[in-house]
Design a protein. Structure first.
Length: 528
């Protein structure tokens, strides 16, 4: 029955005036009454209205509802004109809605009398309002096509819709929005949580006191040291379900995976956690079966090809890799299936040497970094844009929702970018040390609200998003911390990998049961 939105003129609404005085008693009572009614406590709501002397709705509200439902359009327009606090533009829109409602009802009468009266309403009531001429023309065309005309059997529903449209135009005091009190409470809680730099556990929220977390909610206690490697540990990553951990080292092993002949610098879990990809300097890409420990795929593009990074697509059936070829051949980015068959290849002079890449969880964007540039490409073959940094980028990490990314820079900064073309300035995080080596950072915690990073000074640094300096520094490693991984399913757990040949598992200080579960998980990985 509704005409397109373009048939309704829009009034420009400026920002609402800011209230500087305490909460108005009548506004609070009305919001409380509306909440009680919506929760089904009708007698309690009625008792509140009676005892306070404050009705949920003002008299004008009830009068307008009665007149609209009775089809008293002149009276309805008069009420709209008399409501206080309505700007001229809004008042015009409200009156237009009244007469449009009457006009479309008349068109639905399907008779000469109705058509004649509709023509009069259009000429005498709607046209003089001075609304956008396109709205008037659309209504005029409806007289010929009957588009939007209201059938007699639908009149009641139509009048309710007209009244609800009017409520949207009239001032907020006229009609308490549904769920208004709940919205205010949720906004207050959300603001407290967002301002809490240590908030990491989503179930620790109560309405009975102001929200405040302590730094003990951040993983900071070293609960276990894994010593299975014989040389520098370069990479560590929790599985997507949080139940497993893989670490790779320059000792040519990936625990629990073995068999490489050259240092392993990178590993990637499949989204379903059944497979693992590993690659490294001069090493072939290998696909491992997590259950059996068998290598299902060894892939190398050419004799001198170096696969620098790899990532999974969301369906766990396709991977994307970046390779550097000999000087005589171009760099490549290619996708392949789990049999190693190339599916799509991007090559040519414009393809840079890629140091790290990722695919967003929805599979819609490929992101890769090269020297000072962050490239974002829509998939399959859509738009492409890039962000340029002033310093060399050493690594890339995506947030859990795929909406943000962070890059580590050799300027001893971490930058956070939003994955959209309109992002022009990144958020900055600093305090750690990075000058010569590849350091990998990560998002983590509840809703990816934290950032963690290794450091060349042998420490682990943790930041709260939107806070530039670290909120926590973890001490324990004795050499460079190359990589960190925050458990995606257990926000109380963090892993770090270091040149001191160890992987450390960090947990929150409480409760103890978490630490116990963590020991079982990590021991099963080492034994496996």
């Amino acid at each position: 029955m509704d005409l397109p939105e373009s048939s309704v003129p829009r009034a420009d609404k400026g920002p609402a005036p800011r209230r500087l005085c305490p909460v108005d008693r009548e506004e609070l009572v009305r919001a409380m009454a509306q909440s009680l009614y919506s929760l089904g406590y009708r007698r309690a709501a009625a008792a509140l209205e009676a005892e306070s002397g404050v009705p949920l709705y003002p008299p004008e509200h009830d009068r307008l509802l009665l007149e609209v439902m009775a089809g008293q359009w002149d009276a309805s327009a008069e009420i709209v004109r008399s409501v206080a606090g309505v700007g001229e533009a809004d008042r015009t829109v409200a009156e237009f809605l009244v007469w449009r409602g009457y006009y479309l009802e008349l068109l639905g009468m399907r008779g000469d009398a109705g058509l004649r009266r509709a023509r009069e309403v259009l000429r005498r009531r709607i046209a003089p309002l001075g609304v956008d001429r396109r709205c008037v023309h659309l209504l005029a065309r409806a007289m010929v096509s009957s588009e939007g005309a209201v059938a007699p059997e639908a009149v009641v529903g139509w009048r309710i819709a007209v009244f609800l449209d009017l409520v949207e135009v009239l001032p907020p005091w006229f009609h308490v929005a549904s769920g208004r009190l709940e919205h205010l409470v949720e906004s207050a809680v959300t603001k407290q949580v967002e301002s809490c730099i240590y908030h990491n556990l989503p179930d620790e929220i109560t309405l009975f006191e102001d929200h405040r977390c302590h730094e003990e909610h951040i993983p900071s206690q070293c609960a276990q040291i894994l010593c299975g490697h014989n040389n520098e540990v370069w990479f560590v990553r929790f599985s997507n379900n949080g139940s497993y951990l893989v670490s790779s080292s320059s000792d040519c092993t990936a625990i629990i995976w073995k068999g490489h002949e050259k240092p392993i610098s990178f590993a990637s879990w499949s989204p379903n956690d059944r497979m693992l990809l590993t690659c490294g300097t001069g090493e072939s890409l290998k696909l491992w079966n997590v259950d059996t420990g068998e290598c299902n795929l060894k892939f190398r593009g050419s004799a001198d090809c170096i696969i620098s990074s790899c990532a999974w697509f969301p369906n766990s059936e396709k991977i994307v890799c970046a390779s550097s070829e000999p000087a005589s051949a171009p760099n490549r980015i290619f996708t392949c299936d789990l049999e190693g068959q190339n599916l799509e290849v991007w090559a040519g002079d414009r393809i840079p040497k890629v140091s790290d890449l990722a695919v967003t969880p929805d599979g819609r964007h490929l992101i890769f970094v090269s020297c000072n540039d962050i490239w974002i490409r829509e998939l399959p073959r859509g738009r492409e844009w890039r962000f340029r940094e002033k310093q060399t980028i050493s690594s890339l990490s995506l947030s859990g929702d795929g909406q943000s990314l962070i890059v580590n820079l050799n300027s001893q900064e971490i930058h956070l970018w939003k994955i959209n073309e309109s992002c022009t300035v990144p958020e900055k995080f600093m305090g750690h040390k990075q000058d010569k080596f590849v350091i990998r950072s990560c998002f983590g915690g509840s809703n990816s609200s934290f950032i963690a990073s290794g450091s060349e000074d042998s420490q682990v640094y943790i930041w709260k998003r939107h806070v530039e300096m670290p909120i926590k520094v973890l001490h324990g490693h004795t050499m460079i911390v190359n990589c960190v991984s925050w458990n995606p399913a257990r926000p109380h757990m963090l892993a770090s990998a270091s040149d001191d040949r160890t992987v450390r598992i960090w947990v929150t200080l409480q409760p103890l049961a978490w630490s116990t579960n963590m020991y079982k998980i990590c021991n099963s990985i080492i034994i496996g």
